[in-house]
Design a binder for this molecule. Structure first.
Ligand code: SAM
Length: 382
């Protein structure tokens, strides 16, 4: 099969554009199984891999970078070329980003080319334009654009925001922000964020729940597949009527709020204060009173007293102290959501040795065309 994206191989965004989606799902299954069997984890009921409900234009967030197409060429904004630091593909052919993002990118590009903008060159210490972050509530259509520059960027951005507001988009522009970032690290980070248009957040809706997304809060990047992931996790938890459930690594509390409809009390634990504040706000927004959120490191949290624990750690999986706390908690049921089969295999080995049995596993593809896949595992204490 030939690639369905002409920039495939050059653009650093995708791993799979040259095989069918069915073949991509099989490759993901094989990779995950290889790692689990290598670590000695088997004997569970495998419920297959759920493909993403949408494979085209599914990303609800993109962090685009400014650079040039070839060294010394004109300004570009988009996705970095594979193995390149400053060279960019402007992704007008991309099939995993929303069509509105392309209109926003093309407008941004012509605006800064015309006004003489230059990209931030870390080594040469020249230029000011760093990133353009675009987010869209897939179920609400609300769009947020955040221009990230160095603090030395001094131009008046009213015409930029006005131009964005005048674009004909499928969704609606709700928020334009300007963030300054002095960090030498190539990450989107805020020293200061100013509102240029609208409000400083957007809403997303998942089933009956509404979520407020702020510029730096975590939200699963594929809203439709997030629903599949959360529904799988809920199904694995089983009957939690009257139960006390811990949601470890809870982010903005999305899973906690889903669980709250059935559990007696859900306690979410998250290390990023902004995410915890958003989780509390999201609970209030949905009139949910049986969720509480604790800001802190899971490794330092008392985990005892929970009937069931759901956890969704970052790629590194569980740190030793967090694993010790989880084992000590001795909850009857654990549902482990993982975005990294490698650390999942390591952690399942340890939980198995500590008296848990992996009963069921389902893979959920949240990231079509990339190498990543999510796994949901049900563990029971013997
Ligand atoms: C994969 S995200 C989970 C998001 C959430 N479950 C959801 O679906 O939106 C992992 C979360 O763990 C948080 N985190 C990372 N290390 C942590 C730690 N040591 N203690 C508590 N939270 C942590 C991150 O800030 C992030 O929000």
């Amino acid at each position: 099969m030939t690639s369905i994206c002409p920039d495939f191989g050059i653009c650093g965004g995708c791993t799979h554009q040259d095989i069918s989606y069915e073949d991509e799902l099989s490759l993901k299954e094989q990779a995950a199984f290889g790692l689990l069997t290598e670590a000695g984890v088997y004997g569970f009921l495998y419920l297959g891999i759920a493909g993403s409900p949408v494979t085209v234009g599914y990303k609800n967030k993109m962090e685009f970078a400014f650079g040039d197409g070839v060294k010394g060429g004109p300004l570009e904004v988009g996705i970095r070329k594979k193995g390149r630091y400053y060279e960019i593909v402007t992704p007008i052919n991309c099939n995993i980003i929303d069509e509105d993002y392309k209109k926003i990118l093309l407008f941004t590009l012509s605006f800064f080319r015309e006004t003489g903008g230059s990209f931030y060159h870390k080594a040469a210490k020249t230029g000011t334009l760093r990133h353009l972050v675009v987010r869209k509530g897939v179920f609400t259509g609300e769009i947020m654009v955040n221009l990230v520059t160095t603090p030395s960027f001094a131009a008046d951005l009213r015409a930029f925001a006005g131009g964005l507001a005048g674009l004909e988009l499928d969704g609606g522009l709700s928020s334009v922000l300007h963030t300054t970032n002095a960090s030498v690290a190539d990450v989107v980070k805020s020293d200061m964020t100013a509102l240029l248009y609208g409000r400083d957040f957007i809403y997303e809706r998942l089933n009956r729940l509404r979520f407020k997304i702020t510029p730096f809060s975590f939200f699963q990047t594929n809203s439709q597949a997030a629903l599949v992931l959360y529904e799988t996790a809920l199904e694995f938890l089983g009957d939690i009527t009257g139960a006390k459930v811990l949601d470890l690594y809870c982010g903005t509390g999305t899973i906690s709020l889903f669980l709250s409809e059935r559990a007696r009390l859900v306690t979410g634990v998250e290390i990023v204060p902004e995410a915890v504040a958003a989780a509390r706000e999201n609970a209030a927004l949905n009139n949910i009173e049986n969720c509480e959120f604790i800001c802190g490191d899971v490794s330092d949290m008392p985990t005892d007293g929970a009937d069931a624990i759901i956890l969704d750690p970052p790629r590194e999986g569980l740190r030793p102290k967090a694993m010790a706390g989880l084992i000590k908690a001795a909850a009857g049921t654990i549902v482990y959501i993982s975005c990294n089969p490698k650390t999942l295999a390591r952690d399942l080995t340890e939980l198995t040795q500590a008296g848990y049995v992996a009963e069921k596993l389902k893979l959920v593809d949240m990231f079509p065309r990339t190498a990543h896949v999510e796994a949901v595992v049900l563990l029971r204490r013997l």
